[in-house]
Design a protein around this ligand. Structure first.
Ligand SMILES: Cc1ncc(C[n+]2csc(CCOP(=O)(O)OP(=O)(O)O)c2C)c(N)n1
Ligand SMILES: [Mg+2]
Length: 376
């Protein structure tokens, strides 16, 4: 399975890192020209750091420190490009593997770890300014698109977009997957977004798989064409090209903020890892397919591009060291986290006391007491 040879595709960097814009990329080139060397280095650093974090978290799950981990391995360019296109006042609605989206906005990586260790009832506080307007992870597929559209409708009603002041107007970006695109919630969200002209970007990461179901099985036509059916522009981008992902997201967000309504983006990418640590992709996909996508690795592509622009070897060494230190810090802090307060399992099942839950809590307390006494 390879990305379609679709003339609509926006790509700036070829897989080997050479600057080779597709015809559809031409209109985005001014946005890319406006980037400084430091911006390109930031994109690269973000991708390398999150890959190290992601690998560390996968290992921590294997060591029994986390209940589950959904890897972002392979999707770094789609995520970094889009989040770096957002302004501080924008609102981000992730799904469950947008780790670098959350951390770039300020969420502490240990807060993501805490979610996957089962220590929280949702995650972080989205209203805490340190979290950069990042909503919590959503495991119920597609539901976050409704949250985002509702939030966007609020922005319209409150006059918080389309005023003509780009420093104050706000936009929303919501992340979802190719599998989630089949959910009714997504379609309802798109209908309402277009009816109310919400300042919203629907950012679909088509990573080719919904667990073990390939995208071609459930979606017979190109996903990016769906936007037109709802009355919004839609753009197909190479999601393994961080520059293209940045540029299409930037334009769509700028237009949304300015009052031009919603926009759908389909970013073609690939989930290079397992669906989660509970999954074994060797059961349903071939190593040929994995290798063909490894040749389009988003980090290798950007590294080659930076090298061709003359980045020093020391820069790459520094980034690698920074990524390793970041991952080490996460490991150290994860090992310091305590366990679940067992009482929490019962406290939040119902809003009011429930006899069955109380009975289960009593049973657990007795069982643990017996364990301590060496009886059980
Ligand atoms: C409403 C709902 N149905 C089913 C599931 C089970 N489920 C979890 S992830 C997943 C596949 C999602 O695929 P996709 O949207 O492509 O996202 P990806 O995991 O590839 O990032 C499914 C079916 C769920 N979490 N929510
Ligand atoms: Mg998918």
């Amino acid at each position: 399975m390879t990305p379609p040879d679709d003339p609509a595709l926006v790509r700036v960097l070829a897989a080997d890192g050479t600057f080779a814009p597709t015809p559809e990329a031409e209109r985005y080139l001014p946005l890319i020209d406006a980037l400084a060397d430091a911006d390109l280095e930031t994109f690269y650093r973000d991708m390398v750091v999150v890959r190290a974090f992601d690998r560390q978290a996968t290992n921590l799950q294997r060591q029994g420190q986390l209940a589950l981990w959904p890897p972002s391995f392979g999707q770094e360019a789609a995520q970094v490009g889009s989040v770096r296109a957002a302004r501080p006042q924008d609102h981000l609605f992730p799904s469950y593997r947008e780790h670098v989206v959350a951390t770039t906005r300020g969420v502490d990586p240990i807060d993501i770890i805490r979610v996957m260790r089962g220590l929280t009832h949702g995650g972080w506080d989205p209203t805490d300014p340190r979290n950069g307007n990042t909503r919590i992870y959503t495991l119920v597929l597609g539901s976050q698109t409704l949250h985002a559209t509702g939030f966007g409708m609020g922005l319209v009603f409150d006059g918080r977009c389309g005023t003509g002041d780009p420093t104050r107007d706000e936009a929303v970006i919501v992340y979802y997957g190719d599998g989630a695109s089949s959910q009714g919630d997504v379609h309802e969200a798109m209908v309402f977004a277009n009816t109310y002209r919400t300042p919203e970007v629907f950012f679909l990461q088509n990573n080719q798989w919904a667990i073990s179901v390939p995208v071609a099985t459930q979606s017979r036509g190109p996903l990016h064409r769906r936007g037109a059916g709802y009355g919004m522009p839609s753009t197909l981008v190479d999601g393994n090209d961080v520059l293209a992902s940045y540029a299409v997201s930037k334009l769509a967000l700028d237009e949304a903020r300015a009052g031009d309504g919603p926009h759908a983006i389909e970013a073609l990418t690939y989930r290079m890892g397992a669906h989660t640590t509970s999954d074994d992709p060797t059961k349903y996909r071939t190593s040929d397919e994995e290798e063909s996508w490894a040749r389009r690795d988003p980090i290798a592509r950007m590294r080659a591009h930076l090298r061709s622009r003359g980045a020093a070897a020391s820069f790459f060494d520094e980034v690698d060291a920074e990524a390793a230190a970041y991952a080490d810090d996460v490991r150290v802090r994860t090992n310091e986290l305590g366990g679940l307060e067992a009482s929490d399992m019962f406290a939040y099942a119902y809003s009011e006391a429930h006899p069955l839950v109380q009975e289960e809590e009593r049973w657990l307390a007795e069982y643990e007491a017996a364990l301590e006494g060496g009886v059980a």
